[in-house]
Design a protein around this ligand. Structure first.
Ligand code: NIG
Ligand code: FE
Length: 443
């Protein structure tokens, strides 16, 4: 069915590239090394652990057993058992391996486009003016409600395919363009299906408090009642989301309304995230931190109190340079404060039709460096180690370490900073998801 139409974009390779077939030999020193499915040699590694810049291991090797990394280290230190038991040995041709990329904040599932709104903004209208006049998020809500399941899946799958082509192996996807019971649940189901049909982990987030739907005009408190009492219980009962998010902003919801959403989320055992301080300072970051949020996102207007509260609660700062760029914002997030208080910084596409119509996470690396002055290393940590943290998945993904998921990418680059340095190019050579080679671009 539909799925087949998309497979050519993601080449499912089940044979090794540049590899020598090896017959497993009888080696028994360490039971952990008895079953080595693949061994990558002639590679350099950006493990993104915090040991030295990029967690670099030059002239390294990486061994996979099942879905996990079985061994990682210097080429000349590979245990004999690992090498002799390896069923496949892959030559990485001096490429660099990084963890699979993590896009920790997207609105990938939606109907329609907002190109017309882009034209209006170029003629002088602001994002807020368009939203207040019933355009903006509401226009995507209308298009999403109208789209049937198949078309919603198809439009979203095309966007997902672009992310995967750049080495994304985990993606968070929010609801928030339905704003009624049926469409919110439908969006989350489509997100789940994407994860079932593509080689990617999908982390679904319920964003019912994204905007006020037209049928609740002038009744935002009643809408929050509806989100908390009617939609969230269904989302939780059907296990359709892992986290809950809200848009705390003058054109979104007040801190009081946001707090009601958080309280309900806590009662359902759902994690918390927040669109905070994108256009003004409502002290959403501190509110999110009080509720132990995984992340507070955007943060252009975050104050020192907000940053300090995030540091105390271990809340990740998710920066979204695509939205900053596309809305032609001028206020840069408080990077120096985030550094000073050691708040982990993640980066994401914020892929959405209104403020960040992009499906390129690599482009975000460059934008974060040029617009926000992150270092290339901070930027790469933002889409690996700290992206994992923003999703609460740092124990299984985000760095290359023994025992973690074998999600990684082999790049045709000569040093890790090249990933952030290039604009609009894709040096991906191979992508591996849970030990399986899912995409290969051989030159
Ligand atoms: O993250 N800020 C709210 N949500 C999105 C924009 C959604 C839209 O404009 O459609 C964001 O920027
Ligand atoms: Fe967003």
């Amino acid at each position: 069915m539909l799925l087949e139409a998309f497979w050519p974009m993601i080449l499912l390779a089940n044979c090794p590239v540049n590899s020598k077939q090896r017959i497993a030999m009888n080696s028994t020193q360490n039971p952990a090394y008895e079953k080595i499915d693949s061994l990558w040699i002639n590679v350099h590694l950006s493990t993104m652990t915090q040991s030295g810049p990029y967690g670099m291991i030059e002239n390294g090797a990486l061994a996979v057993s099942g879905q996990k990394i079985a061994w990682i280290g210097k080429r000349h230190e590979i245990p004999r058992a690992v090498e002799s038991n390896a069923v496949e040995i892959y030559d990485g041709d001096s490429g660099w391996i990084t963890p699979g990329l993590i896009d920790c904040h997207t609105h990938l599932v939606y109907g329609g486009s907002r190109a017309r709104e882009f034209e209006l903004r170029l003629q002088g209208a602001t994002y807020e003016e368009i939203a207040r006049q019933g355009g903006g998020i509401r226009s995507t809500v209308a298009a999403t409600r109208e789209a049937d399941d198949e078309s919603l899946f198809k439009q979203s799958a095309l966007r997902l395919a672009s992310l995967l082509q750049e080495g994304v192996t985990t993606v968070e996807i929010k609801s928030g363009y339905g704003l009624d019971l049926e469409t919110e649940l439908r969006m989350l189901r489509v997100a789940r299906q994407l994860g079932e049909r593509y080689p990617v982990t999908v982390v679904p987030t319920f964003l019912g408090a994204h905007a006020l739907p037209p049928e609740y005009e002038g009744q935002s408190d009643r809408y929050i009642d509806f989100v908390c009492n009617e939609v969230m219980p269904q989302v939780a009962a059907q296990q359709l989301a892992i986290a809950v998010d809200a848009f705390c902003e003058s054109i979104g919801f007040t801190p009081e309304q946001t707090e009601r959403v958080f309280k309900t989320a806590k009662n359902f055992g759902l994690a918390i995230k927040l669109h905070a301080e994108q256009l003004s300072d409502l002290q959403g970051a501190a509110l999110a931190a009080r509720y132990g949020a995984l992340s507070a996102d955007h943060l252009e207007y975050a104050s020192e109190e907000g940053v300090k509260a995030m540091a105390d609660s271990g809340t990740v700062a998710v920066l979204l340079p695509g939205a900053f760029y596309f809305l032609r914002e001028t206020r840069v997030p408080p990077i120096d404060l985030l550094r000073r208080y050691e708040v982990p910084i993640a980066l994401s596409t914020d892929s959405n039709p209104g403020s960040s119509p992009t499906e390129s996470l690599l482009l975000m690396l460059n934008m974060a460096c040029t617009l926000f002055r992150l270092t290339p290393e901070e930027a790469l940590a933002g889409i690996t180690r700290n992206g994992a943290k923003a999703l609460g998945l740092h124990n299984t993904i985000g760095t290359l370490e023994q025992g973690k998921d074998a999600d990684f990418v082999i790049w045709n680059i000569s040093e890790p900073a090249e990933l952030a340095y290039r604009i609009g190019s894709n040096p991906l050579r191979h992508a591996i998801k849970k030990g399986k080679l899912i995409r290969t671009l051989d030159t």
